[in-house]
Ligand binder design. Structure first.
Ligand code: TXA
Ligand code: MG
Length: 350
């Protein structure tokens, strides 16, 4: 049931969390499927609802004043600098887990993911949960079935789970629209596990340390870093980054087309009798208005619209979806990452 986030709804949602039930929770990135992070049984219910393999860790969402040592064995100076600058906000930090943190949260790994969401309804829910006697922290993966398109509106969560989630708090359309940036601080140097709204260069500047990609290449340089730094010695990729090649996927086959060839590509498909839905800056000649969605110009606006447009086109009865490929610039890394995985996973009806 979708509820406006008034005091009654927040109290009800907090009670449900205390009882180990699931709640649909808006955040500034995407909607999450929240359960008490301190209850392995409640966390297990998330995995069951999503159809998610149990070795995939989930992010623990905490209040701005949370004691991080409840979850993390160490909170290094770099983490303190980042939380001071970016929390509440769309940044998840991977830290060594504290004793007693359940395998249900960490997928059996020795690390835990922590994030302090900025959405006022998420913060209000965590507060109400704590005031109701709960842990005040929720595990919350994106509220979609495993591998499918993430939700950025309350209605999307209801479409995914129906009555399987008793309460979904309506926080409107998520401002950012793609999931948080994930930075792993549990290794000998910071590694970017998932690109998002907050860029690696911003993280590097705040930490005074370079940020690396899992393949060992530089993701973002700290302003003080030596200029000759390029490739660092290889280190093993994260055991489970959640960075599956196929994810965020529409059931309809999805392709990316460069701006330069999009019109031709569309015309070829239309001539072959393929019903094609297109998301591009300009409507290709000859494509009916109903088969086209206007793609905004900035990376932030495309991220904001991305999942809602993919969902809408996926439900539009098309044989194929064609999306204008994002530019190569750093600002587009998050959108490129999501679209690339969406292409790989697309075209697989249930
Ligand atoms: O913006 C977000 O982060 C959203 C909202 C709801 O907060 N949540 C989200 O959760 O995207 P989820 O479960 O869909 O994605 C979490 C990602 C997965 O790729 C998972 O593998 C990774 O975080 N992750 C969580 N804990 C980890 C850990 N200890 N080590 C490595 N990766 C971890
Ligand atoms: Mg997800």
């Amino acid at each position: 049931m979708i509820l406006p986030p008034d005091a009654d709804a927040l109290a009800l949602a907090a009670r449900l969390l205390v009882q180990g039930e699931l709640v649909g929770m808006p955040t500034e990135t995407v909607y999450g499927l929240a359960a008490d992070a301190a209850s392995p049984a409640a966390v297990a219910a998330i995995f069951a609802a999503k159809g998610r393999p149990s070795d995939h860790p989930v992010i623990v969402h905490v209040l701005p004043d949370a004691d991080l040592t409840r979850w993390a064995a160490q909170v290094p100076a770099s983490a303190q600098a980042l939380t001071a600058r970016f929390w509440p906000g769309p940044l998840t930090l991977i830290l060594p887990r504290a004793p007693g943190v359940s395998d249900a949260l960490t997928g059996g790994q020795d690390t835990v993911g922590l994030r302090c969401p900025a959405h006022p309804v998420a913060v209000a829910l965590l507060r109400a949960f704590r005031e109701a006697g709960g842990s005040g922290a929720v595990a919350a993966p994106s509220a979609n079935r495993f591998g499918r398109i993430s939700p950025t509106q309350a209605r999307h969560v209801a479409d995914e789970f129906g009555e399987g989630v008793p309460v979904i708090l309506d926080g409107g359309a998520c401002a950012i629209g793609i999931e948080s940036t994930i930075l792993d601080l549990s290794r000998d140097r910071p590694v970017l596990l998932r690109p998002g709204h907050i860029q690696p260069g911003e993280l590097a500047a705040v930490m005074g340390q370079d940020v690396w990609l899992p393949d060992g290449s530089l993701a973002g340089a700290a302003p003080t870093a030596a200029p000759e730094q390029g490739r660092a010695p290889e280190q093993p990729a994260p055991r489970v980054s959640g960075a599956l090649a196929a994810h965020y996927a529409p059931r309809t086959r999805l392709r990316l087309a460069p701006a330069a060839t999009l019109a031709e590509d569309t015309a070829r498909l239309v001539q072959a009798g393929v019903r094609v839905g297109v998301w591009s800056a300009e409507r290709p000649d000859g494509l009916p208005q109903a088969s086209w969605r206007a793609q905004p110009a900035s990376a932030a606006d495309v991220a904001h619209a991305l999942y809602a447009v993919l969902r809408e086109l996926d439900g539009g009865g098309f044989d194929c979806l064609l999306v204008q490929a994002p530019p190569e610039a750093d600002a587009w890394a998050g959108v490129r990452d999501r679209l690339g995985r969406a292409v790989t996973g697309s075209g697989q009806p249930d």
